[in-house]
Design a protein around this ligand. Sequence first.
Ligand SMILES: Nc1ncnc2[nH]cnc12
Ligand SMILES: [Zn+2]
Length: 335
Amino acid sequence: MSFPDTDFLRALPKAELHMHLEGSLEPELMFALAERNGITLPYADVEALRAAYEFGNLQDFLDLYYQGADALRTEQDFYDLTWAYLQRCAADGVVHVEPFFDPQTHTVRGIPIAVQLAGISRALADGQAELGISSRLILSFLRHLSEDDAIATLQEALPLREHFVAVGLDSSEQGNPPDKFERVFAMAREAGFACVAHAGEEGPADYIVQALDLLKVMRIDHGVRCVESPELVQRLISEQMPLTVCPLSNTRLKVFADMREHNILQLLEQGVKVTINSDDPAYFGGYLLANFVAVRDALKMTREQAVALARNSITASLLTDGEQQQWLAKLAEAA
Ligand SMILES: Nc1ncnc2[nH]cnc12
Ligand SMILES: [Zn+2]
């Protein structure tokens, strides 16, 4: 058994399957966009903004995350946001990304989905052409809003469907169970989109069951509270249902008091198909590689476990079987 150094972790071809583009808005870029757009942020400078990133729970974070997203106004802003993230991916050895964007965060401020998607898609295309990073975009509904609002969002996005391949569900989990969104997920499935949902981050194991049974998701985002139901853990193992786990997010939002208490490697050893992801890297202190490093340092992750996590990220992705096989061959070389 040996422990992986950071260069080894970087060299593993990895996919990132759970990150919110709005959550990669670094304070420096937020201030630059605010200036470009003539907005005054309620913080004196970058340091004051970073100092505010102390969260007691998910809602504390979401309040700042939505406030920060207000700096995003133009097509170029969405481009710059996405491009900055892709450059971080290149530096971390991320070869494929399936990011979320939250259209309702912006339509409510009068920014059409077409404008958001134009900037995001242009950057993703450049990511493929210039950095060799492939991508599939996920449109995520805000669960604190109504299902009717989600349906209106899907309808506005349908004429732009060439830009995204799946729908997701995020924002305030407690009190907004998956069953609230059964109809809109059925409509999305009917239209041919894959489905994923945040469940079991702060919410109970039953929300994971609802996401599986009612929303018919192909991955669970977070899912770490599955351990509260041994029967559910067995189901996740037997169905090889991927969990997109976000270690730094979970400790920064106090889902786990300390990284040494995180359950990701226990789940991996039990046979659950877990992956490592960064969620909102600008707010939680690190991109994908930093999450691998944090798990290695706190939980003594082995090389074999790191390779298994990277492998899971490829096989849980929306890449075709052929594309997955290519990355798995490269992963075997790097391992
Ligand atoms: N960790 C998270 N949970 C729920 N909604 C989110 N939106 C952005 N990050 C999120
Ligand atoms: Zn998330």
